[in-house]
Ligand binder design. Structure first.
Ligand code: SF4
Length: 266
């Protein structure tokens, strides 16, 4: 499995940092996050010269890197959208159809996609969501929420991605929760989540990044010499409703967004 080895900060440092928005994102920082999530390519910044792109790629990106794969993945999914029968699929995935677009709620916010797979709402502000949304709509199978929670490694294909998932999702979120004790409870209000009390944890909250992709975040605060613990669980239906790569992209994008929220609003 390939992966991009750079962080958003690594990318940000090599950008012109003018926030000119020619890449159609609100800032260079947003662009850097989009590179790490794989939804943008370095060449999408018109002010970067080829020599800088080549030098950066040689240092951080493997030839078969996730950035390239992700862009190709989005192209492939956009082509698939043409054959999706919106009216039939929408009720199966918890979506609605309006004005020839399919509308899906993610964390309390509506995202609309047209038949070419373009996001036609204000969703460009979180570009990493495009690939998981397309993957979710075009996925060949759909299942209802079961209420049974499983770990990431138990999801179909999860074992291969487990290490990267721990490094990019669970571990950064655990540190964020350690540094911002109010973060997880604030996320409940911000993203229409709900808490549960039947799981043994200091905080256990359910979020719906997609209508039929519920995630359960369980956090145990540090105590004495004991380090904190954070585990993300998934409803069993996630194995059927979304490819593992898209589940990973969705979660890593979420964690990056939570980090931004923690930095700017909490
Ligand atoms: S086009 Fe380049 S310089 Fe302009 S905002 Fe995007 S990343 Fe920054």
């Amino acid at each position: 499995m390939s992966e991009t080895t750079c962080t958003a900060l690594d990318v940000y440092k090599m950008l012109p940092r003018t926030n000119c928005q020619k890449c159609l994102l609100p800032s260079c920082l947003a662009f850097a996050a989009a590179i790490v999530s794989g939804s943008k390519k370095l060449k999408d910044c018109p002010d970067l010269d080829q020599a800088s792109i080549d030098a950066f790629s040689a240092k951080y990106l493997r030839p078969d890197n996730k950035e390239v794969n992700q862009a190709e993945f989005i192209d492939k999914l956009q082509k698939k959208m043409a054959s999706v029968d919106f009216e039939s699929v929408a009720p199966l995935i918890g979506a609605t159809v309006k004005n020839d677009t399919i509308i899906i709620n993610s964390l309390g916010k509506d995202f609309a996609l047209d038949r070419q797979g373009n996001m036609v709402s204000e969703c460009h502000i979180i570009p990493w969501v495009q690939a998981p949304l397309l993957s979710y709509i075009t996925h060949k199978s759909h299942a209802d929420i079961t209420g049974k929670w499983i770990s990431f490694r138990e999801i179909k294909g999860g074992i291969e991605w487990q290490g990267l998932f721990a490094r990019r999702c669970e571990e950064p979120l655990r540190k964020l929760a350690d540094d911002n004790p109010e973060l997880l409870t604030d996320l409940i209000d911000l993203f229409m989540g709900k808490t549960i009390d039947w799981y043994e944890a200091d905080i256990a909250l359910i979020l719906y990044p997609l209508p039929k992709i519920p995630v359960l975040i369980c956090y145990q605060a540090p105590e004495g010499d004991l380090q904190s613990k954070l585990t993300i669980f998934f409803d069993e239906c996630c194995s059927i409703n979304l490819h593992i790569k898209s589940i990973f992209t969705l979660c890593s994008g979420l964690v990056q967004m939570f980090a931004k929220i923690a930095a700017h609003h909490l």
